[in-house]
Design a protein around this ligand. Structure first.
Ligand code: 9MR
Length: 422
């Protein structure tokens, strides 16, 4: 029998042991909680939506490789790029598909007749494939960033139908053959329509009429029968535009046009009205799906800045003058505005989720707010917040809310409670 003192010590010992056990329990459960919280917050956009669609992003040449040589010091628009290779970690971690922002456009890759320069595009494709990403090709036939030689003869006259067909076929075949088996899908034709649904009066249209579109798809299918082939345009939230595009493609698709999807760029402007944008895209997705092809968003971003000129679309030639009043968030976005932006993304994703079966890919345009083209378009030198990644390469908090939309797991609080009880 232990003495009183011994008995007291014994009780202390028991209490002490229980306490330790309790601490251990708390420690173990808190480790458990932290681990589960970690696993929730470590979830990435690409992983959360893996069973829904590809989550992609465009990358520029300075994100792919630090450019040393003078030839690559500026892009085709004169923008001087600094070394942005640090962005690549964000790309690899959060996205599983990529597209080149500029270096696969005709002006870069095929600057003169018969002269191809795959230098930048090859760097981009090799690095992306090595990182296990799906590579999308942008773009084969597009009126913009298309070199002068493509449509003109030596005397500066527009070429004949036959010459343009030959040039288109050679251009498409050479580029697609070069990337056969490596580039999974292509924007075969880009931006052939105006916002009212009529044809854009591009040089392709002036020379070949609307035939340039089915011809391009035919050449592309012949060049690489394994690649997916897409049409792609901006302002596809506008009913008149999507209706015009669908009206043109429906009979062609019915007759067997080799096309896999019709894409929407998705350059959005918050000032247009969150609910309006969302319900318009809801309509557009249904309209495209009714043709029997898939859809995708190829260039998603959301401008949160004022739109005093009532601008819409993504015509790169549209520019307006800078005024301080149109650049209100130089030092950051106020909390109420941020809440509105976040709610937009959540509601937009909720709508997209209902169309899971029809969407191939959600592709963001530019990796982060800092290098987004929206800072310079349509007004140069503004501070926009158009992407889901901030200027320090951090995913914004709203991304976690977007992830939780498709996470069937319990909420963090429920998880923590359960773990405590164990
Ligand atoms: O983001 C691209 C920007 O760096 C270029 O200066 C611009 C030149 O045309 O093209 C931008 O990308 C466009 C894309 O290729 C097609 N849709 C509209 C995009 C924004 O203009």
């Amino acid at each position: 029998m232990p003495s009183d003192r011994e008995g007291g010590d014994f009780i202390h010992y028991i209490l002490f042991t229980l306490k330790i056990m309790n601490y251990r329990k708390i420690l173990i459960s808190s480790l458990f909680v932290n681990a589960s919280l970690l696993s929730v917050s470590a979830q990435t956009l690409k992983d959360a939506y893996r069973d829904y669609w590809y989550t992609g992003v465009s990358v520029n040449q300075w994100e792919v490789a630090a450019q040393q040589n003078a030839k690559n010091e500026h892009d085709v628009t004169g923008f001087v790029g600094a070394d942005q290779t640090a962005d690549w970690a964000v790309v690899e971690k959060n996205f599983n598909a990529v597209v080149a922002e500029n270096c696969m456009k005709a002006e870069v890759i095929h600057p003169q007749e018969g002269v191809y320069d795959f230098t930048l595009a090859d760097q981009f494709v090799e690095k992306s494939l090595a990182a296990g990403m799906r590579v999308h090709g942008h773009v084969l036939i597009w009126h913009s960033q298309c070199p002068y030689w493509f449509h003109h003869d030596a005397n500066g006259k527009l070429v004949s139908k036959e010459v343009l067909k030959k040039r288109m076929k050679e251009h498409i075949t050479t580029i697609m053959a070069h990337y056969k088996g490596r580039v999974s899908s292509w924007d075969v034709v880009n931006e052939a329509f105006e916002d009212d649904g009529s044809f854009r009066n591009s040089l392709f249209y002036q020379i070949l009429g609307e035939d340039f579109i089915p011809l391009a798809f035919q050449y592309a299918r012949e060049a690489d029968p394994t690649a997916e082939l897409y049409y792609n345009d901006f302002s596809m939230n506008k009913p008149a535009k999507v209706d015009g595009v669908c009206k043109f493609f429906r009979p062609l698709i019915d007759k067997g046009l080799p096309i896999d999807a019709i894409g929407m760029q998705g350059h959005m402007i918050l000032e247009d009205g969150a609910q309006e944008i969302i319900s318009q895209y809801d309509y557009s997705i249904k309209a495209i799906a009714s043709l029997g092809v898939k859809t995708f968003f190829s260039e998603l971003d959301l401008s949160v800045l004022p739109n005093p000129y009532g601008f819409s679309g993504a015509n790169v030639s549209d520019r307006f003058a800078y005024r301080p009043e149109v650049d209100p968030y130089k030092d950051g976005v106020p909390a109420d505005k941020q809440a509105e932006i976040d709610q937009f993304w959540v509601d937009f994703y909720k709508m997209l989720i209902t169309h899971k079966e029809d969407i191939i890919r959600l592709n963001y345009w530019c990796v982060n707010d800092g290098n987004s083209w929206k800072n310079d378009f349509p007004i140069r030198g503004r501070h926009d917040y158009a992407t889901l990644v901030d200027r320090n390469n951090q995913m914004k908090p709203v991304v976690q809310r977007i992830i939780e939309l498709v996470q069937p797991q319990r909420s963090k609080q429920e998880k923590a409670k359960k773990a405590k009880k164990k």
